[in-house]
Design a protein around this ligand. Structure first.
Ligand code: ACO
Length: 329
């Protein structure tokens, strides 16, 4: 690729619903226990979006904060990419709803669906436009309202997910900072391991699909667990190696937050200390496309993420998809 500019993250923002759903609350809804959920997943509580609010509301709040922190006006945005599997509607895209709310008149806008890898995919797409000099300012949002697609009678999934949004503004920069490399993958043979079967053109909504609860997330957790621990480490190691780094060089590793046991397994295999691998799954559950941008924002605001730090992000999810990105912050 003909690279003319570096892609830097110049502002971040998050938005989380006020409503907290604790493990104790779930004990009253399905046959589960705080002890089981904490020991198997690391999750203590998650957020649930209030009735009347939607994906676009979470996206807008996170986006406005990111734009403010980046000191970029909505009217200067060239592109908006919203990574989500829980948009407001099948069509139009949530990114178009966001574009008009922000009055980002000149921005092109589209949604991107890559499961929980959505944010890393979207950053990579945005990076192509900036590094080639085509666009100067791009807004990327990772956002989910998974509570609306969760079967609250299925203890195997309802304890896992949460709602939230994280946004970043990407701008063209100079010097040694910015995105260094990325590595995206997919394996459609694993599509059925994590799926919302109905509501699309293959299985439109009908009385039967509603009765059979086919509009909710169905997941084979064990298989996804095995897949995740394998591909995350492989992908990261490959990306580091081809750029002359080893895991120990990383200042921050942002892993998708699907299960604390997956995060800890990978962290230990790479021999990284806990403070280099942020965790938010205990407070927010698995927010899919939003887990990584939320973690990045929290580290930045806490003053732990500094300019020129070597940062990696690695995610995996429905599709199956997985993806990594390496950058000098
Ligand atoms: N409370 C109590 N018991 C439960 C619960 C619950 N909430 N859920 C399942 N169990 C039971 C099962 O029924 C099973 O009982 P049995 O032995 O009598 O049959 C037992 O607990 C063990 O079930 P497993 O599924 O084997 O439990 P496991 O330790 O594998 O944990 C989990 C399940 C947490 C889902 C794990 O497999 C996991 O996290 N997988 C990865 C999932 C993932 O990453 N998903 C997202 C990827 S993409 C994205 O982020 C959208």
């Amino acid at each position: 690729m003909n690279k003319t500019a570096n892609t830097i993250i110049s502002g971040t923002g998050i938005s989380l619903p006020d409503t907290v759903l604790t493990n104790r609350d779930l004990e009253k809804m399905v046959e589960t226990s705080d002890e089981w959920i904490v020991s198997r997943t690391g999750i203590r509580e998650r957020r649930k979006l209030e009735k009347g609010l939607s994906n676009a509301d979470l996206s807008e709040a996170a986006a406005r904060e990111a734009l403010d922190r980046a000191a970029v006006k909505p009217s200067d945005l060239d592109l908006i990419v919203v990574a989500t599997v829980t948009p407001d509607h099948p069509t139009p895209s949530t990114s178009c709803l966001l574009q008009t709310r922000l009055k980002a008149e000149k921005a092109a806008a589209f949604d991107l669906s890559a499961g929980c890898s959505g944010f890393v995919y979207a950053l990579t797409v945005a990076h192509q436009f900036i590094s080639t000099g085509v666009y100067k300012n791009v807004l990327v949002v990772g956002v989910e309202v998974l509570s609306r697609f969760t079967d609250w009678e299925d203890r195997g999934t309802c304890v896992l997910f949460g709602d939230g949004a994280g946004a970043v503004v990407l701008t063209a920069g100079e010097g040694g900072r910015g995105i260094i490399d990325f590595s995206l993958h997919s394996e459609g043979r694993g599509a059925e391991l994590l799926m919302i079967p109905a509501g699309g053109s293959a299985m439109p909504a009908s009385t039967e699909t509603l009765e059979n609860r086919m509009h909710f997330i169905k997941m084979n957790g064990n298989e996804i667990f095995k897949f995740a621990v394998k591909v995350v480490e492989e992908n990261l190691t490959l990306m580091l190696k081809r750029n002359g780094y080893v895991a120990g060089d990383l200042d921050h590793l942002f892993l998708h937050q699907a299960n604390l046991r997956i995060i800890e397994h990978i962290r230990k295999r790479l021999k990284l200390p806990q403070d280099k691998v942020p965790v938010n799954i205990d407070r927010f559950g698995n927010t899919s496309s939003a887990t990584i941008p939320i973690a990045i924002h929290e580290e930045l605001i806490a003053g732990r993420l500094k300019n020129n730090s070597l940062v990696a992000m690695v995610a995996f999810g429905a599709g199956l998809t997985w993806g990594g990105l390496l950058m000098k912050w």
